[in-house]
Design a protein. Structure first.
Length: 299
């Protein structure tokens, strides 16, 4: 087949991230309430002689262009399953912060999978695609699905959640990334010797999402990885404090960080929080986004 296919994939914020103890396989059981937000990467696949990756965007220099890139791994897994070669050029237009706790690499994995599936006309079922996503990483199935979902297991088993409105967010992008395994490792160190309760989703939080109740969601957001991210990067506390002083209704570390996320009442309140963050110099960039939005879709 000739031509090319472009797929747009959103970032995520975890409105609740409840983390259990470390499992025998090194992962942690989660109750992970994902919300897809309108910051996007675009993944374009074009037929080529061999697999090649290119990337553009402010963080492009931090993105691996070899076969460790989740987009390349996605193309190779799909090709292997359908007995063909992954002979495509994959171009990533990257707007999601790299290693920022917003599932940027996962977005590219899901995007490349959907794009190659369309380009090659494999006819793979949604469940097959989700199975490949789960092999690629715990966050990847959600990048495919988007909207809002509860992730259990290591975060890969999804239940779609109803959302009754739109939520406005500000994201403070930090200088440098944080490694997800390092943050989970720090979580284990901080909780050493404690018996960890089974992670459960908060009923109050799910109700706030379902009814679109912004103040109720603000009161309920939580992230069990926040202490670990702050322990590794104490400067994030200043960003959280500045956002709250600037009028945010809630301030949390996004996933494993170091991006910090601020829930605000509306676009106007978001602009004030952006101004406060920029004026205080506590972040590399401040971005606004609304969620929920769709998952990986061809454009
Ligand atoms: C922090 C979150 O972004 C919240 O959504 C995710 O839990 C991380 O998901 P991810 O980046 O897709 O992570 P994976 O690529 O699956 O795993 C990377 C590493 O993170 C740790 N990890 C990840 C997920 C999980 N439930 N428990 C873990 O302990 C493990 O050390 C694992 O080796
Ligand atoms: N397509 C990709 N884009 C960015 N990083 C990638 C990609 N593929 C692999 N990586 C590797 O993954 C690491 C984590 O990057 P990523 O942007 O996915 O982090 P993250 O947003 O914190 O992830 P998560 O929120 O899922 O834990 C990078 O440092 C990079 O080495």
């Amino acid at each position: 087949m000739t031509g090319s296919v472009t797929v747009r994939v959103p970032a995520k914020v975890n409105v609740q991230l409840a983390v259990g103890g470390a499992r025998a396989d090194g992962f942690h059981d989660l109750a992970n309430v994902f919300l897809a937000v309108g910051l996007y990467d675009e993944v374009t696949v074009t037929p080529a002689d061999a697999l090649r990756i290119t990337c553009e965007g402010p963080d492009a220099s931090q993105v691996p262009l070899d076969r460790t890139n989740l987009a390349a791994r996605a193309a190779e897994k799909l090709a292997a399953r359908y007995g063909r070669r992954a002979d495509v050029n994959i171009h990533i237009a990257k707007d999601i912060p790299v290693a920022g706790g917003m599932a940027g690499g996962s977005a590219d994995g899901a995007g490349a999978l959907v794009a190659c599936d369309a380009l090659w006309g494999t006819g793979a079922s949604r469940d097959e695609l989700l199975e490949i996503c789960a092999e690629l990483g715990s966050d990847v199935p959600f990048s495919l699905v988007g909207g809002a979902a509860l992730g259990t297991g290591r975060g890969e088993k999804l239940r779609v959640l109803p959302v009754g409105g739109s939520f406005h967010w500000v994201f403070a992008v930090a200088d440098g990334g944080l490694s997800t395994p390092a943050v989970y490792g720090e979580f284990d160190r901080l909780n050493e010797g404690l018996v960890m309760p089974e992670p459960v989703a908060s009923g109050v939080l799910l109700e706030a999402l379902a009814s679109g109740d912004v103040p109720a969601l603000a009161a309920a957001v939580s992230n069990d990885l926040q202490s670990a991210a702050l322990s590794l990067r104490p400067s994030l506390a200043s960003a959280l404090a500045v956002g709250v002083e600037g009028g945010a209704l809630a301030a949390i570390v996004s996933g494993s960080g170091p991006t910090t996320a601020f829930l605000v009442a509306d676009a106007e309140a978001g602009a004030k929080v952006v101004d406060a963050l920029v004026a205080a110099g506590v972040c590399r960039a401040a971005r606004v986004a609304v969620g929920p939005v769709s998952g990986a879709v061809p454009v």
